[in-house]
Design a protein around this ligand. Structure first.
Ligand SMILES: C[S@@+](CC[C@H](N)C(=O)[O-])C[C@H]1O[C@@H](n2cnc3c(N)ncnc32)[C@H](O)[C@@H]1O
Length: 219
């Protein structure tokens, strides 16, 4: 696969963008795939499931962390009203650039939507500012128990979940994507004050890799 670009990760390491035939793959330093344009069903399901619960709200505010290939952001934009705001927090500036040019068409150019706000930085830091969101959609890593970046553990621990809870409007939804099981995560969400459920999803409609989504509502 030809290497097209390398993007430094603030704090260390880099992401690499490869062409894969008609498709693109973002890989981590160790060569493992972070995301491919070939499979994105569960990333879109993350937005569809969460936004279904808040889509009727006027001037809904949705936060997506992180951008990746833009599929979760694109699906969120398709499922909220015209008066909504959808912010996306992305840690790696190069990923934002790739979505503005090479990758943008795959997810329908979500960065060009007038409702999109881009926050170049750590979504955990944004959550500590405790703004009022109707939905927070987290897909920044391989999940609560599948971390590739140490700093991201803060998002899923008790303090991080308290920040997310305090950042939601009443009946707001925290949705979390994971590639792996995380047996204690539902309980952690409940301890943080959420009504939580875990749902199985597939990467390609009814086929493909088995992923998980937690939907947690601020009661
Ligand atoms: C698996 S990808 C997200 C895929 C995305 N759901 C999609 O539909 O394409 C994870 C993204 O989160 C970013 N990221 C990792 N840690 C982050 C953090 N703490 N804050 C914001 N973005 C982060 C990565 O750089 C990467 O772009």
């Amino acid at each position: 696969m030809p290497l097209l670009a390398t993007a430094p990760i603030p704090g260390g390491g880099a992401l690499r963008l490869f062409r894969d035939g008609e498709h693109y793959v973002i890989k981590l330093d160790d060569g493992t795939d972070l995301m491919s344009t070939r499979q994105h069903g569960s990333e879109e399901a993350l937005a569809e499931l969460a936004c279904a619960r808040i889509a009727a709200r006027a001037q809904a505010r949705v936060l997506v962390g992180g951008l990746g290939l833009g599929y979760t952001l694109g699906a969120a934009l398709r499922h909220v009203r015209d008066d909504a705001e959808v912010a996306v927090a992305e840690l790696v500036p190069g990923v934002i650039e790739w979505n503005r040019d090479l990758l943008g068409d795959f997810a329908g150019q979500p960065l060009r939507d007038a409702r999109t706000r881009v926050h170049a930085g750590d979504v955990a830091a944004l959550l500590r500012t405790r703004q009022a969101w109707d939905a927070i959609l987290l897909d920044v890593d391989n999940g609560p128990d599948g971390l590739t970046r140490d700093g991201n553990s803060r998002l899923y621990d008790a303090a991080g979940l308290r920040d997310a809870h305090a950042s939601l409007r009443p009946q707001g939804v925290l949705a979390v994507w994971s590639a792996y099981p995380a047996p204690t995560f539902t309980q952690r969400l409940k301890h943080a004050g959420f009504a939580a459920e875990e749902m199985p999803v597939r990467a390609l409609g009814k086929r493909g890799m088995r992923h998980r989504i937690w939907l947690a509502t601020r009661a």
